[in-house]
Design a protein around this ligand. Structure first.
Ligand code: ATP
Length: 782
């Protein structure tokens, strides 16, 4: 705390410097103010640093914000902006105006011409913020872009390049993650579009770096053979009895087979042992089916819509875009819900948010709720969380939550409260715990004849329109926690006078999500209130509570009281439960980060090699080296060679034609190596004769090498994505699963290059090459 106030003093000193320039900026003509951009850029070019020019740059854009948008950033916003420029996290309460705050560090860091990005948690916010602020940046002579397309058209590399080369880019973390992965799957420089990452502000930083830290972004590629094990594993799971065959630890979101269950599985799948190399896949599918059945809940974690399973983002109630679930879990849920299975796909590239942001020169973040995790932010990202005071005191009234025994009781109470407030004319935001509950609440409201809007994952398209009306007198909006982050509900006329927006929650939620939702009311010093109605049947409690707690619940259920529960011990145990869940989540993030660390090194190494291959105009030497390695690996597969073995090997990997071996060939490894290398060179010469020039030959080499490297990397990614599940059972045998993971990941990476070398031989020898009508190279790998 002492350090915090010391930091604030330092920040205020910089604020004074910015404030001192206000009148000077106000006196400038528009042209003079606009010319500041060039002046500041040349100061940077002449050796000044971003920190040196901060006061002037901030004062410039502050005045521009005022002239173009009519909003002059408040002192507390400038303080937030200073924190963002330091590469730290500004904790600013909800509604304090983070969008406008970000204009200052974005402008300042964009002056370096290396790019500045703002990442929001969803498309809607990125688009809204970009549209709102674009006029300011453009007025000051900077370019702005939105980092994704707003229609369904696929963007060409050229279009993407224009997004990422803009001075300032507004986008979402997931769009950036996917673009990064695709950029590094390109086989030609022309298809790449990213420049090195420079500066980023992550809006709602706790959602991105904490809540979503553990689910990697995955780009899938070639479909693999569909396994019929999903259906079988699903059938098997139906036969299991709780506690006897499997155990569920809802605290840790874990479910596993007991010894009895393992025996059942061995009987069901007719295998003697479930933990051998051959039966690994069976075990993996059982683990997936168990998760699908006992951890993933319809309406909470996913929806089934028109015969398809769509995953929901737990943190914000939105549909998950792209492929973002651990390999196979999606199919396991599909088997559970009896819908068609999507084809199995292989992982082509993957990355987690923490690794993605590790690629930036400077990262910063903002959120209304980051302080509680400041240790983790510092430990993992070296970012400090600095609390910025609010401009006006928050006068929102947060009532203590009311606890009921059953879902029914809590919903009725919440509805009664909503109706009372509605009668008084106050706008109401009724928050449901799941899509299903939002529909139930909506029906209950209809029964009582109350008109309302529903905002859930099914009607995202109407989000902006719904939010626009949500603050009007008498408006009732039912929403899932989708309405939590960044939703700015503006109060209609006369609403302040009657008490502002009322947020009524109907579900127990993690603390941060709850704070975000309450923060929809009482923004910028407005009046407002929040109250949460929870029940002992809420899924958060059901999933995370202890045995004692459950017994207590059963006891209360028998008493069948309709009144709110007031027992202080109950409140205390709920508080402790929340802490325990948060600690468990932190632990699982730290495990994922440790595993990801191995992957990060491998990914960087691989991408560097790819870049080198793409830039090298003379690949003959590299080709020679890889052929040498590939051939020696093929030859190492046997101790003794004879003519028949050699012919077989050559027909598999070197040529489809009949092999004529020299009569005087010696069958020692050394001479076979020399013979095969010579054979390869002759084949390559033949290939070269079909091509127009040396560049084309180089292009052929590059394609063959990249293809070999990429497909080996895909196997590696696939292996790693399954490795976490595989090391778990060994972990139980008292070996540290993290250590095992690192060890196995490293060994596999070494092996990966062996496979790539062998694949290179096949690619160079067995491919069909030709020229099309325009004399462009066409390669088909076999
Ligand atoms: N300096 C300012 N002058 C006038 N109005 C402002 C100023 N700064 C912000 N506002 C207004 O305050 C409201 C809240 O801003 P914004 O949505 O950016 O808040 P936020 O901090 O991002 O909230 P949340 O945490 O909920 O996302 C907006 O309507 C915005 O236009």
């Amino acid at each position: 705390m002492v350090y915090d106030s010391y930091r604030l003093v330092k920040i205020k000193r910089i604020l004074h410097k910015v404030n001192a320039l206000t009148s000077q900026m106000r006196a400038m003509s528009d042209e003079e103010l606009q010319s500041q951009t060039q002046i500041l850029k040349s100061e940077l070019a002449n050796g000044k640093t971003v920190n040196d020019i901060l006061p002037r740059a901030f004062a410039t854009i502050r005045e521009a914000d005022y002239r173009i948008l009519g909003m002059f950033p408040y002192d507390v916003q400038v303080m937030g902006a200073i924190v963002l420029n330091q590469g730290n996290i500004a904790e600013m309460k909800t509604g304090e105006g983070k969008t406008l705050t970000a204009t200052m560090p974005l402008y300042l860091n964009a002056l370096t011409s290396k790019g500045a990005m703002l990442l929001t948690p969803n498309d809607y916010l990125a688009q809204r913020d970009k549209e709102q602020l674009q006029p300011v940046y453009e007025w000051l002579g900077l370019t702005v872009s939105l980092g994704f397309s707003t229609d369904d058209q696929k963007a060409t590399p050229e279009i993407k390049r224009s997004w990422y080369n803009a001075d300032i880019t507004y986008t979402t973390a997931s769009s950036l993650a996917f673009d990064y992965l695709f950029n590094n799957l390109a086989t030609r420089r022309e298809d790449q579009y990213l420049r090195p990452f420079n500066y980023v502000i992550i809006d709602e930083v706790d959602a991105i770096l904490l809540d979503e830290a553990t689910s990697p972004f995955v780009v899938s590629s070639r479909p693999t053979v569909q396994s019929n094990l999903y259906g079988l594993a699903d059938e098997f799971v139906h036969t299991l009895q709780p506690k006897i065959d499997y155990k569920l630890n809802e605290d840790q979101n874990a479910v596993w087979l007991t010894l009895h269950g393992i025996r059942q599985a061995q009987r069901f799948f007719r295998v003697p042992d479930l933990f051998t190399n051959e039966t690994r896949e069976i075990y993996r599918h059982i683990a997936l089916a168990l998760r699908a059945h006992f951890i993933m809940k319809n309406g909470h974690d996913y929806l089934v819509s028109e015969g398809e399973v769509v995953l929901l983002d737990e943190a914000n109630g939105r549909l998950k875009k792209g492929v973002k679930v651990n390999t196979g879990l999606h199919q396991a849920i599909e088997a559970k819900e009896h819908v068609d299975l999507t084809p199995n796909q292989q992982v082509a590239a993957s990355i987690t948010f923490p690794s993605l942001f590790g690629l930036f020169n400077k990262i910063s973040g903002m959120s209304g709720t980051a302080k509680s995790d400041e240790h983790e932010f510092f430990e993992v990202y070296k970012m400090r969380v600095i609390q910025i005071p609010t401009r006006r005191p928050v006068i929102r009234h947060d009532y203590p939550e009311e606890i009921y025994v059953t879902t029914r009781q809590k919903l009725i109470q919440a509805l009664d409260e909503a109706i009372t407030l509605h009668k008084a004319g106050r706008p109401i935001l009724l928050v449901a715990g799941s899509v299903e509950n939002s529909e139930i609440i909506s029906e209950l409201l209809l029964d009582r004849g109350i008109p309302h809007n529903v905002l859930n994952a099914f009607n995202i398209a109407r989000e902006a329109a719904i939010i626009k009306d949500a603050g009007q007198k008498g408006a009732v909006t039912v929403a899932t926690n989708m309405a939590g982050r960044g939703t700015d509900i503006k109060l209609g006329s006369g609403v302040k006078e009657i008490g502002g927006l009322a947020v009524i929650g109907t579900e127990m939620l993690p603390t941060r999500v709850k704070l975000q939702l309450a923060g929809r009311a009482g923004r910028q010093g407005d009046p407002g209130s929040s109250k949460f109605y929870i029940s002992l049947e809420d899924s958060y409690l059901a999933q995370n509570s202890t045995k004692r707690f459950k017994n207590y619940y059963r006891h209360l259920q028998k008493r069948s009281t309709n009144r709110a529960l007031k027992n202080p011990r109950l409140k205390m145990s709920i508080m402790m439960l929340k802490d325990r869940v948060a600690a468990n989540q932190q632990m699982s993030r730290s495990n994922v980060n440790k595993n990801e660390a191995a992957l990060k090194i491998q990914r960087r190494d691989l991408y560097q090699r790819r870049d080198q291959l793409m830039d090298n105009p003379h690949l003959e030497k590299v080709v020679g080296k890889w052929l040498h390695r590939g051939i020696s690996l093929y030859l190492a597969s046997k101790k003794q060679w004879d003519a028949q073995d050699l012919r077989r090997l050559m027909n598999q990997h070197f040529t489809y034609e009949v092999v004529e071996l020299p009569t005087d060939l010696e069958y020692s490894i050394t001479s076979l190596q020399a013979y095969l290398e010579q054979f390869c060179q002759t084949t390559l010469k033949k290939h070269a004769q079909k091509l127009v020039n040396r560049q084309q030959l180089n292009q052929f080499y590059r394609t063959a090498l990249l293809n070999a490297l990429d497909s080996s990397w895909m196997d590696q990614m696939d292996y790693l994505s399954k490795l976490t599940a595989r090391v778990q059972p060994w972990g139980n045998a008292q070996r540290n699963p993290n250590f095992l993971y690192q060890e196995k990941a490293y060994q596999a990476f070494e092996k990966m290059f062996d496979h790539a070398a062998q694949k290179t031989v096949d690619n160079l020898m067995l491919s069909n090459i030709s020229l099309n009508d325009d004399n462009n190279l066409v390669v088909h790998f076999n």
